[in-house]
Write a protein that binds this ligand. Structure first.
Ligand SMILES: [Zn+2]
Length: 416
């Protein structure tokens, strides 16, 4: 069976230009003594916006792996796919993020809910799970309510999983089940019910992505209660370990954190809890690599800086349209967005400093960063002009990509 490694990290590469620069960061980390598998992810939504094909992600990754002589595992994630979208990812992916968020809250048949509750008498009462502080106390009515909320989603995961099995073969891919794109977080008891239901559906799930408490905005730090996150994260790990043995789920099953990128304040917490528990993790990011491209072009000056400014100018006048698909995961303060005229007078480092995610840098502008993050469509529109500039300035751009990934992400998460 294709098994996910203990530590894996998802990276996005919107324009399929930075796989090598990204892989380099994993190589530096390996020299620190920590093996983390790179997983290139690109969701159906991003492919649609850019007009790219899933195969391009695989091709770019494979070329980087060959060029840099990477002998360790790597994967390509069909991110947030559903039954209607999975087919075009079958050939190029070995990791499938089965998104069932839309089925959450829709009721399974009364008969199925009743059968689930009957089958799982062990979920009712005081549940002592090693690693969870207080025993979980659930009544039959609680289990019925949770099954009512999640059973249909688990059944949907089963349908998609079986579809992939039929096409790719059993054990030939890594299955993740994601429910992070919902309004409410899932509590540890809910996670247990979800895992029991996935086991019933015979989904060999290896990574599970719940929604955590707090805000996971795209490309900026976490907003929420850190102590509460730590508690929730540890409880989820304990629930997963329990579910693996109780429901015979794959031993490799681990949490997947859909971080939306750059959750700097969570990294030390995650590292600490993983060290204490010995658990593994998958952390997915949101394609902020493209922001490093823009930063690199700005630093390069000349035509690169000109295009970076042009993209910002256009973004500045299409804020609503660009932000609409991401409304729930960005918080842009319109008053803090510099005008196009202001930015026109900036030099390359000033532009780069505004966008580069160093939160305590005096020039850092979180609103500008978030706006640019969702504006990758505009770079796609610039087409060959954009990608040619990336190639011309590859030495500057690649350095931004590698350093960002290694210094600001992998190191704090896995080394210290
Ligand atoms: Zn997600």
């Amino acid at each position: 069976m294709l098994t996910i490694e203990k530590f894996s990290f998802g990276v996005g590469d919107r324009f399929a230009q930075q796989a090598k620069a990204q892989l380099k960061a994993f190589q530096i980390l390996a020299r620190d003594g920590v093996d983390v598998s790179p997983v290139w992810n690109k969701s159906n939504r991003e492919h649609t916006f850019i007009g790219s094909e899933p195969q391009s992600v695989f091709d770019a990754a494979q070329e980087a792996v060959k060029t840099l002589n990477w002998k360790k595992p790597w994967h390509v994630d069909a991110d947030h796919i559903r039954l209607e979208t999975v087919d075009k990812y079958l050939a190029s992916s070995d990791f499938f993020t089965i998104d069932v968020a839309e089925s959450i809250g829709k009721r399974a048949s009364a008969k199925d809910v009743k059968a689930f509750v009957q089958r799982h008498a062990e979920l009712v009462g005081k549940l002592k799970i090693p690693g969870v502080g207080a025993p979980l106390a659930t009544t039959r009515a609680d289990v019925e309510r949770m099954a009512g909320k999640y059973l249909l989603a688990a059944q949907e995961a089963g349908r998609i999983y079986n579809h992939i099995v039929a096409k790719k073969g059993k054990g030939k891919f890594i299955a993740e089940v994601s429910m992070d794109e919902t309004d409410l977080p899932q509590t540890p008891p809910e996670l247990l019910v979800i895992l029991a239901a996935l086991a019933d559906e015979k989904v060999r799930v290896q990574t599970i992505a719940p929604k955590f408490t707090g805000r996971f905005n795209k490309g900026v730090d976490y907003v929420g209660n850190l102590a509460q996150f730590e508690q929730e994260f540890s409880d989820d790990l304990a629930v997963i370990a329990h579910a693996v043995s109780r429901y015979r789920l794959p031993a490799s099953l681990k949490l997947s954190v859909h971080s939306g990128s750059d959750k700097f304040s969570l990294y030390p917490i995650i590292r600490r809890v993983l060290q204490r528990t010995g658990a593994g993790v998958h952390v997915k990011t949101a394609g902020t690599t493209w922001l490093e491209e823009i930063i690199g072009l700005a630093e390069a000056g000349g035509d690169g800086l000109a295009l970076a400014k042009e993209i910002y100018t256009s973004a500045r006048s299409h804020v609503d349209e660009l932000c609409a698909p991401y409304a729930s995961v960005i918080d842009i303060d319109m008053g803090k967005l510099p005008s196009a005229e202001t930015v026109a007078n900036w030099d390359g480092s000033q532009f780069a400093n505004a966008v580069r995610h160093i939160p305590d840098h005096p020039d850092f502008n979180s609103s500008m960063r978030q706006l640019l993050h969702v504006s990758f469509k505009l770079a796609a529109k610039a087409g060959a002009r954009y990608t040619e500039l990336l190639k011309t300035n590859d030495h500057i751009v690649a350095k931004q990509v590698t350093q960002n990934l290694y210094i600001r992400h992998l190191k704090p998460l896995f080394v210290a």
